[in-house]
Design a protein around this ligand. Sequence first.
Ligand SMILES: [Fe+2]
Length: 217
Amino acid sequence: MLSAVSPSVGAFFGPQPSILSNILYSDVNFVLWRRNLSSFIDAWASEIRWERTETLEGELDRESLVQFEEDLYGELKKWRTREPDLTRWVASDMCENIRHFMDSTQAQEVFVKVEPVFTDMCRLFHVDHNLLRMLCTYVGQGTLWLQNDRVDRHYLGCGENKDIVLDPLAIYQAPRLDVLILKGERWVDNLLGGAVHRSPPLREGEKRLLLKVDYLR
Ligand SMILES: [Fe+2]
């Protein structure tokens, strides 16, 4: 696994949360904190009552995070009633990751979405027209990212994946519970353009649970 890569690739990977602040460099558009926790969540994920799940979202600042963690725990408990300690861990891990995102990007306010996903909503490789977005997949397959120097940007937004992807071996899939930040097209300090990514292809009946955090200001 790469710990740091060249500016043409524009990405940093590392085992410490401090890796996340590299997203602020103008020649970086993707960072990933490798946590090596992916199997930890299996027991929790296997007992979710998916018919009870719903998207939870809201705008948060630092002061509202503590209350959000309590509210989130209360909601997640409705989705999975046994072993509340595991559910408490998930709620507090989500909030810890939101804190890491705010610390590393100096965000004062963020938009948070905890989203059950039942379809591969964004199948095409694309860039987001936003500022910065953190993603962490808690259940199911992680987001796919395409190395920056293996993209044909002419086809973004108008072509198929076979046109956009110059080298399929340059596609990386984030493991569950790893934390990634994608730089969007609207971030001012952005020499490379937005990070190119897509949702993983899902089989019939496959599900994901995604934490999505957008930088607002
Ligand atoms: Fe996207």
